[in-house]
Write a protein that binds this ligand. Sequence first.
Ligand code: PLP
Length: 382
Amino acid sequence: MDERFSFNVQNMQISGIRRFYNKVSKYPDAISLTLGQPNFDVPLKIKNAMVKAITENKTQYTSNAGLIELRTEISKYLSRMKISYAPEEICITVGGSEGLMDVFQTLLNPNDKVLIPTPAYPAYESCVMMAGAKTINYLLNEDFSIDFDKLDKIINIENPKAIVVSYPSNPTGAVLTREDRDRLYEILKDKNIFIITDEMYSSICFKEYYSIAQMEKLKNKTIAIGGFSKIFSMTGLRIGYVCASEYIMKEIMKVHQYNVSCAPSISQYGAIEGLKYCEDDVKIMINEFVNRRNYIFERLTAMGIEVNKPEGAFYIFPNIKKFNFTSEEFSEKLLYEARLAVVPGSAFGVGGEGFIRISYAYSMDEINEGLNRFEKWIYDNR
Ligand code: PLP
């Protein structure tokens, strides 16, 4: 280890998603179905609200926790999903990413253990590493739901300080069912454990929405993270939020304040407008995601690929084990030979090996052409 740099940072890896995306950029003729950036424009009302905010010079710091009007709108939005947080229990962050980092920094001491599902969004493990703490993975069932017997055992053996719950899931598109929410509640209710629930895709759910944050009796140990990058297609505007009971929020606010002072003011005005007036734009996007999901699922199934039907987010996670390549080898071959870019499942942890992630945040034309290339490549490699 190089003593000039933090050991924790040196232990971290650049995200496998970005690493693969960088390879892809060397192939300009490749179709890329790699990133989680929806191909929609930011709704016009949001753009106009931001232009207005600039014109009116609303460019100063906001309060550390963010504009009260935005926190009030988020509180109302959450209550429609039967999740109850008052505006004072909400902090606006610089995307969900800052929210995640703040939460892990707030909770963890060196050598604390955090339970993280695998496969999962890679930032969790890196944030835990940055805090000098330790990741313990919990495995999922074949349909990417939680294996409750194993979870219960691992909590009893490892005594982790926190568990990450991540539905709707990036990379699998799985969502939490009512039954699974209730089973999770039963396991966690008597345990001394923080529950970090990442609900970045809460509004991109094709079924009724269930969340562990709906369980009032767990509220004093639950921290919910969300954001607007995906629902308003505003990834570059960087607005997310963290929700927690007051005694937890008091500590999170210190980390947030020294990290960023506040989230960007102009983007906060955009998000207020989005929550107040852009429900129809969101509906249009969700309908389109459902069409794409159906189309991809049918085509992959027709190609003989084993795949779960996702019920949320905009990713599908087919099983490629029968091809006898690692997911990295498979994705490289697909890129070099078929000029189709997807993300190797191993970028999402050990549980992602043997899978690839296809993002359908892209246009139907790109999806269609990508699947044509995939189909031809499979045919040529029979
Ligand atoms: N959580 C999950 C599950 C994600 O997929 C992402 C982004 O892809 C984030 C958090 C971070 O979101 P943001 O872009 O708002 O920082």
